[in-house]
Design a protein around this ligand. Structure first.
Ligand code: FES
Length: 241
């Protein structure tokens, strides 16, 4: 199984890595990741820790522009982009199942590279790296802005990271009643309808961390998810928005 990602595209394949580790999988697993440098290498320590639970796991990380303090062998294995030549170096069997997530250009290049190694198209799975369309009933004609930090980021308090939007912001209980309100303050695209924990239209992935609910939702979200409309972070959280 080959889990391939670039940047924050690591999010969905990291969930797969966790599932393999939880199942104590003995399957050969190769983690391939591309980042700019150590500063822009998400979940690096987490991946190393989860990989320890896999008896046949290995990883190979490329930094396109390592920082002056980045040393090869410490967090990354090669300088440059993930490319066909890297796939040759790491060795990809034709019967590999490949899971890909990253920017569109990266995914197109990788699909081509795996196809050139005779990996059958039905074995190459991709996750399109876009958030879902926002659902905001009653809001008409609002200008769309790129996600940004709010004007009044607190600098203290739990850190709420909106992984797909690349925004990390501090939770300020006096300013926001829910994670959804914080997302809106940052123009992070989010879906909602009832805003009171009933419809589950705001259900999103909770990649790490714990939240509390006020008000309590009618039904709990699925394991690994949260309802952003009625939750508040307890400590740092990473959310798939
Ligand atoms: S918006 Fe309905 S449950 Fe969150």
């Amino acid at each position: 199984m080959v889990l391939v990602s670039a940047g924050i595209g690591a999010t969905p394949v990291l969930a797969m890595l966790y599932a393999l580790a939880a199942a104590r999988s003995t399957r050969p697993v190769l983690w391939l990741h591309a980042a700019r440098d150590r500063q822009h290498h998400p979940f690096a320590a987490e991946v190393r820790r989860v990989m320890l639970a896999l008896t046949n796991g290995r990883s190979y990380v490329c930094y396109s522009r390592p920082g002056s303090r980045d040393k090869m062998g410490e967090g990354f294995d090669a300088t440059g982009h993930l490319s066909r030549s890297v796939l040759d170096v790491v060795g990809i069997p034709r019967e590999a199942d490949v899971y890909l997530c990253g920017p569109p250009r990266f995914m197109a290049d990788m699909k081509e590279a795996f196809a050139a190694l005779d990996v059958a198209p039905q074995r190459i799975h991709v996750e399109i790296f876009n958030g879902s369309e926002p659902m905001t009933p009653g809001v008409v004609g609002a200008a769309t802005r790129a996600p940004h930090l709010p004007k009044d980021d607190a600098n203290t308090g739990p850190l709420v990271s909106f992984a797909r939007s690349g925004i990390a912001v501090h939770w300020k209980p006096s300013a926001y009643q829910s994670v959804l309100e914080l997302a809106e303050a940052c123009d992070v695209p989010a879906r909602w309808s009832c805003r009171t924990g009933v419809c589950h239209n705001c259900e999103s992935g909770l990649i790490s961390g714990v939240v509390a609910y006020l008000p309590q939702p009618l039904e709990k979200p699925a394991d690994g998810n949260l309802l952003v409309c009625c939750s508040q972070p307890i400590g740092d959280v990473v959310i798939d928005l």
